[in-house]
Design a protein around this ligand. Structure first.
Ligand code: SIN
Length: 276
């Protein structure tokens, strides 16, 4: 097995590891790599949907997406499709997946099926480092506070992504409060747990103050110093720890460059804990 570290912040590409052959017995090795690097990548993995589900099950129960319809045969697999002439990309903008849920998923596995010749990379960012490097004055204000995370459910995307189908859920239930600093249940590390896509308000602060503080925090989280970038090839797999990272699918599809090509990914997510 060879490990190629992608940046000083997080991320490693692992070679000589066949994801088809992972069993409960050697799963520990994979999970240790994930906890250390936060996002790990594997190329040339010819895994079927059944094998993707089996891989996910080693981390825990695989869940259906809150409001995106999954594949007919595998409802827990969300197919992320950007049509050839579409500019929008599902997953654009920094976010931690489904942070509006009571128990946001802990692990996400992405498998690339069709990748444009240029464009459509994904960037990942380390939210433990974001906490460590945040201004002390801001830390002192937010350390013991909660924030509200909200999504409009299906309304959020149906108009923007022509190939993605809603499962019909449009609910107020996609609004929950979580600690701004959460503890990683496996490592005990502190994580800065707000994100620009879903976090709307710091509880207990006047709206104006909350908006101003969140803006500063989001700006800090966006620093490229905290990130790594992955250039997809087809049949690659990314396994990411959704508790302590954010990600951003880049929508750099412009005429004469990435526009005019389809991008297709499959995604599964593993049930997580309630942040504490
Ligand atoms: C996502 O945000 O889940 C999508 C990531 C990607 O397509 O690269």
């Amino acid at each position: 097995m060879e490990i190629n570290i992608l940046s000083g912040a997080l991320g490693a590409e692992v070679s000589g590891f066949n994801l088809n052959t992972i069993t409960q017995d050697n799963f520990e090795k994979l999970n240790t790599l994930l906890l250390e690097h936060k996002v790990i990548f594997f190329r040339d993995q010819n895994i079927s949907s059944e094998e993707l589900m089996s891989l996910g099950s080693l981390f825990g129960p695989v869940e259906e997406h809150a409001y995106v319809k999954g594949l007919d045969d595998f409802p827990q697999i969300t197919r992320i499709v950007k049509a050839a002439n579409e500019k929008n990309q599902w997953g654009e903008g920094w976010h931690s997946d489904v942070s509006y849920d009571v128990t946001p998923c802990k692990t996400i596995i992405l498998r690339s099926i069709k990748i444009p010749p240029v464009g459509g990379d994904t960037v990942f960012s380390n939210m433990e480092l974001a906490w460590e490097t945040l201004d002390q004055d801001i830390k002192d204000i937010v350390e013991n506070k909660n924030a509200l995370h909200t999504s409009n459910g299906s309304k959020f995307f149906v108009e923007d992504y022509s190939q993605m189908e809603s499962n019909g859920n449009i609910g107020e239930k996609y609004s929950n409060e979580h600690p701004i600093v959460r503890i990683h249940p496996e490592t005990g590390n502190k994580i800065l747990y707000v994100n620009p896509t879903y976090t709307k308000k710091i509880i207990g602060l006047p709206k104006k103050e909350s908006d101003a503080l969140l803006e500063k925090i989001f700006k800090h989280q966006e620093k490229l110093d905290l990130s790594c970038r992955f250039k997809w090839t087809e049949n690659a797999v990314a396994i990411l720890d959704n508790r302590c990272t954010q990600h951003y699918a880049i929508a750099d599809f412009y005429p004469g460059r990435g526009l005019g090509h389809e991008r297709i990914m499959d995604r599964i997510a593993i049930v997580g804990d309630q942040p504490f």
